[in-house]
Ligand binder design. Structure first.
Ligand SMILES: NC(=O)c1ccc[n+]([C@@H]2O[C@H](COP(=O)([O-])OP(=O)(O)OC[C@H]3O[C@@H](n4cnc5c(N)ncnc54)[C@H](OP(=O)(O)O)[C@@H]3O)[C@@H](O)[C@H]2O)c1
Length: 201
C-alpha cells in the first residue's frame, strides 16, 4: 500500500526505510518538498495525504496539530491516520496534560480513523523490535478495522501479535503519550535510549 508519512525527520526516514523494505510505497510530506533531497519521494503535505492509503504523522509533536489542521480535511477522507508523535516541550513537559495529541487530531479529522502507536520507545528500537527481545507496543483508536490495519503494518516490521496490546479507544492514547515523561527519566537513568517496556502477566 502507499504510506504517506508527514515529516522528513529521522523518525519519518526510519519508518520509511522499514516499511519500504516490507514492500510498501513511501511518500514523505514536507512544508518545503523542493528543499529535501532524500532517498524517498517528497511531496507537499496535501499531496502526500491525498495519494496515501494510510497517513502517518511523524511531525514534531508541538507542530503536529497546527500542521495537520492546515491541510484540507477532505484530503484525509476516511483514511487511517497513524500518529507516532509525542507532544512535549523541549523540557519534556506535556502539551496536552489532560488529553492527548491523538484525541485532538481525531477531533480535527472526525471522518478519519486515528490510531496512536509507536511512540513509547526510541524509533530505532520500535522499527527493529527483534533487536532487544520480546517487548510491548500499543494501539489506541476508535475504529477496529483501522487498528487491525495498523497491527498488520506493525507485523510487517517484526512485531508479533503477542507483543501488540490494544488499549482501547482513542482516549487511551493519553497513557502512551504521558509515558514519555517516564521514558525520558528511564533514558537518563540508563544513560541510553535503547530499551523498551514489556508487559508481563
Ligand atoms: N525520536 C524517537 O525515537 C521517537 C520515537 C517515537 C516517536 N517520536 C516522535 O516522532 C515525531 C518525529 O520525530 P523527529 O525526531 O523525526 O522530529 P523532527 O525532526 O523534530 O520533526 C519532524 C518533521 O516535522 C516537521 N516540522 C518540524 N517543525 C515544524 C514546525 N514548526 N511546523 C511544521 N512542521 C514542522 C519537519 O518537516 P519538514 O521540514 O519537512 O516540513 C520535520 O522534518 C516526533 O513527534 C517525536 O516525538 C520520536
Amino acid at each position: 500500500m502507499q504510506l504517506g508519512i508527514l515529516g522528513t525527520g529521522p523518525v519519518a526516514q526510519l519508518l520509511a526505510g522499514v516499511w519500504q523494505q516490507a514492500g510498501h510505497t513511501i511518500v514523505l510530506g514536507s512544508r518545503d518538498p523542493q528543499a529535501k533531497h532524500l532517498d524517498y519521494v517528497v511531496q507537499s503535505l496535501h499531496d502526500t495525504v491525498t495519494g496515501a492509503d494510510v497517513v502517518v504523522n511523524a511531525l514534531a509533536g508541538s507542530a503536529s496539530l497546527a500542521t495537520i489542521t492546515s491541510i484540507d480535511p477532505s484530503a484525509f477522507g476516511t483514511k487511517t491516520v497513524i500518529d507516532v508523535a509525542n507532544a512535549t516541550t523541549q523540557n519534556f513537559e506535556l502539551i496536552y496534560p489532560n488529553s492527548s495529541l491523538a484525541e485532538h487530531i481525531q477531533a480535527a479529522l472526525p471522518n478519519a480513523h486515528v490510531v496512536k502507536t509507536l511512540n513509547t520507545a526510541a524509533m530505532t528500537v520500535l522499527t527493529q523490535p527483534t533487536t532487544i527481545g520480546a517487548s510491548s507496543v500499543f494501539l489506541s483508536g476508535d475504529d477496529a478495522a483501522a487498528k487491525a490495519q495498523v497491527a498488520g503494518l506493525l507485523r510487517d516490521i517484526g512485531w508479533t501479535d503477542d507483543e501488540i496490546i490494544d488499549l482501547g479507544g482513542i482516549t487511551t492514547a493519553r497513557g502512551p503519550e504521558h509515558y514519555l515523561v517516564m521514558f525520558a527519566q528511564l533514558a537518563g537513568a540508563l544513560k541510553s535510549p535503547n530499551f523498551n517496556i514489556r508487559v508481563v502477566r
